[in-house]
Design a protein around this ligand. Structure first.
Ligand code: CP
Length: 376
């Protein structure tokens, strides 16, 4: 099918037909038809090695440009000046919301947000589809975290049918994936290992059943060679079969283990996660005091002694007690979870630049004669 045929098909497609497709079948309706890079960003499977390496490269260069507080900051702010972004977050978020906002401001976008359902016309019975179409009249990009499953997919589907096909990004919505956290994690690994991610052993520990970030990061592993994943979790929170089947079909080795302490010396990266008890069926939301984590799945400060000298300790955050609190205050360069939020800004700058096809302008920046750069 050529790009016009795909566009026509997307325009006509019913929601029932779209939603029934497998994720891999949906990708042609989400990616940029000319470049093949993600346009709507819903799933980690939309990314390939080429665009992951490119995103890390853009993030690094944009970050370096921004260090020049005069011309560099001005240059980045001109890239998307005159465009508008909407951060549409109906679920709690600190990092994803603020990092997108910072990324958008860095690129010169003007920013709107809706965080409270009671102030949107959905409170008057407007459908989500109509709300999204309305938002697209005012902005050029929508970032969305919403409680209902497949809500961002519905957004992408409705925008594909509309005359104003603006991009929409899944910001870790409901029980769906969290692709931009997975990009943040890849960028953190890329920086930690000087760009050499292939062949690494990654331990993921905690709530692997419901954690959006570990699921999305597992999908991205298909883009790297000889990766080994070791899943450590309580038996009722094991990684689900769909991810394990995906890993098997891509010849990625994975093991399921129960003893974090024993596994630590083998790891290049230890990725801790919080128990997501907000999804417990019998969860009493009025009780705000979380249960302490089972000590078997807690990273204790003495475990730093067991880590390889160049391994890293990661966490997508927010965290609770699954890492000894003192660990976050040690000046140990292997503890990188406080660097991840900052990396999250720059990989989101890179992603937005890629979606708006500004990547080459960023990559070419250093080749510009200084007088042009100063003159803008
Ligand atoms: N990592 C992450 O998604 O954090 P927030 O929920 O605070 O956005």
């Amino acid at each position: 099918m050529n790009s016009q045929e795909i566009e026509k098909m997307a325009h006509k497609m019913s929601w029932q037909k779209f939603v029934a497709m497998e994720e891999k079948e949906k990708i042609i309706f989400l990616n940029n038809l000319h470049t093949g890079n993600p346009f709507h960003v819903l799933f980690a499977q939309q990314f390939n090695r080429e665009n992951l390496d490119l995103l890390c490269q853009i993030a690094e260069i944009a970050r370096a440009i921004n260090k020049n507080k005069q011309e560099g900051v001005k240059f980045l702010r001109k890239l998307l000046s005159g465009t508008h972004a909407l951060n549409f977050f109906y679920q709690p978020s600190s990092r994803t919301f603020l990092s997108f906002e910072t990324a958008q401001e860095t690129l010169g976008m003007s920013i709107r947000d809706i965080r409270d359902p009671s102030v949107s016309s959905e409170a008057k019975g407007e459908t989500l589809e109509d709300s999204i179409r309305t938002f697209s009249s005012y902005v050029d990009l929508i970032i969305m975290r919403y409680p209902e499953k497949q809500a961002v997919e519905k957004g992408a589907w409705v925008l594909n049918k509309s005359d104003r096909r603006i991009p929409i990004i899944n910001a870790g919505s409901g029980k769906d994936q969290h692709p931009t956290q997975a990009l943040t994690d890849i960028y953190t690994l890329h920086k930690s290992f000087n760009g050499e991610i292939d062949g690494r052993t990654i331990v993921m520990c905690g709530d692997l059943k419901r954690g959006r970030t570990v699921r999305s990061l597992s999908y991205l592993m298909k883009n790297y060679h000889d990766m080994k994943l070791i899943f450590v979790s309580p038996s009722h929170l094991r990684m689900k079969k769909d991810i394990k089947d995906f890993l098997t079909s891509h010849n990625i080795t994975y093991l399921e283990e129960d003893n974090l302490e024993e596994i630590i010396p083998l790891a290049d990266a230890i990725y801790m996660t919080r128990i997501q008890d907000e999804w417990d069926e019998k969860n009493d939301q009025t009780k705000k005091i979380p249960k302490p984590v089972d000590p078997k799945y807690k990273f204790k400060k003495e475990y730093l002694e067991l880590m390889k000298k160049d391994a890293v300790l990661m966490h997508p955050l927010p965290k609770r007690d699954e890492i000894d609190e003192e660990v976050g205050y040690f000046r140990d360069k292997r503890v990188v979870f406080w660097r991840q939020p900052r990396n999250g800004v720059w990989i989101r700058v890179a992603l937005i630049a890629l979606i708006f096809q500004k990547q080459q302008t960023i990559l070419d920046y250093t080749h510009w004669p200084k007088k042009w750069r100063e003159g803008g």
